[in-house]
Ligand binder design. Structure first.
Ligand code: GLN
Length: 308
């Protein structure tokens, strides 16, 4: 089982997702909630968005993440309002090669998959697209990208592929994580998924109607997605067109730097934004399990949860 994670919010470096001890680097050799596989050593990848460039930058390799001596330096300067990363444990029978490694990209989009699915369940969804690799995740990526290219909204494209493939293959595990630079969509479908909504900004007005003690997923599964909307990191001052929050000056960001310090101070106090991950990236309070068969949709306007 792979592990993946994404961030949407004030600009942060990739250390936010990778930093030890609990980030994806640590999860590559010591995952805590992984159901299958003990290490994620069949490759890794990351994607991030930078101002002035429509497509994300993507860095992926088919070696274990801990074997890439260049990564700490790259991670310490790869700063963005929208980050996505993954470490891979290849499903038996799947190729171990760079083109089978997430994140997959198409235009503005980045996609990662944690799980497995029968090819025959995805084939009808490809709509003429040729997957990049003979890996089930690449097939799912092609199916989602086909829908997005046809104009489907991010959440709808992801939900359609997961529900149809998951219905056709009841044994499928379909945790997808998709970014487009402005938002994130993530599914929980037979694998764990966690959400951290970050620090509340001063603009947050805890309304009694929310009534979840600051833990939006602690209560009943929502039946009305709007009632679960949080505007915790919406801030007009941070909007800069295509790249949300891109204008904010960088902070110094203690953390995984080029000198090999791989602590994860980047996720520390005051981080304003949303983290989505297969399992918590640190031991801070505030991580909530997303109920199975749900879609998480995060944008600068808030986070919504939708049953699938
Ligand atoms: N099936 C995918 C692969 O082989 C994802 C595997 C996983 O989640 N471990 O890469």
């Amino acid at each position: 089982m792979c592990r993946h994670a994404a961030w949407l919010g004030a600009p942060r470096t990739l250390v936010t997702l990778l930093g030890e001890p609990r980030g994806l680097l640590g999860q590559s050799y010591a995952p805590r909630l992984q159901r299958g596989g003990r290490v994620n050593a069949d490759g890794f990848g990351a994607g991030w968005y930078v101002p002035g460039r429509r497509a994300p930058l993507r860095y992926r390799r088919s070696v274990p993440i801990w074997a890439d001596a260049n990564l700490p330096g790259i991670a310490s300067v790869a700063r963005s309002a929208c980050l996505l990363a993954a470490v891979r444990s290849a499903t038996p029978g799947m190729p171990v090669e760079e083109s089978a490694t997430a994140p997959f990209t198409d235009g503005r989009r980045l996609l990662s998959h944690n799980g497995r699915v029968a090819f025959k369940a995805v084939e009808p969804l490809l709509d003429g697209r040729v997957p990049e690799s003979a890996c089930d995740s690449a097939w799912l990526a092609a199916a989602v990208f086909a829908r997005l290219a046809a104009g489907a909204p991010l959440g709808d494209a992801v939900a359609d592929v997961v529900v149809r493939a998951g219905t056709d293959d009841p044994g499928a595990r379909l945790n997808l994580l998709v970014a487009d630079g402005r938002g994130l969509a993530a599914t929980a479908w037979n694998e764990t998924l966690f959400l951290h909504l970050g620090e509340w900004g001063e603009d947050h007005d805890p309304s009694p109607a929310e009534g979840h003690g600051g833990t939006p997923f602690a209560g009943e599964p929502p039946d009305d997605e709007e009632s679960w909307t949080r505007n915790h990191h919406a801030n007009p001052a941070e909007g800069h067109g295509d790249t949300p929050f891109a204008g904010e000056p960088p902070d110094d960001g203690a953390g995984w730097n080029g000198d090999g310090d791989m602590s994860s101070g980047e996720r520390g106090e005051g981080a304003r934004g949303t983290l989505v991950a297969s399992e918590p990236l640190d031991d801070r309070p505030g991580w909530d399990a997303v109920p199975d068969r749900h879609l998480v949709l995060a944008t600068p306007a808030g986070v919504r949860l939708r049953p699938l």
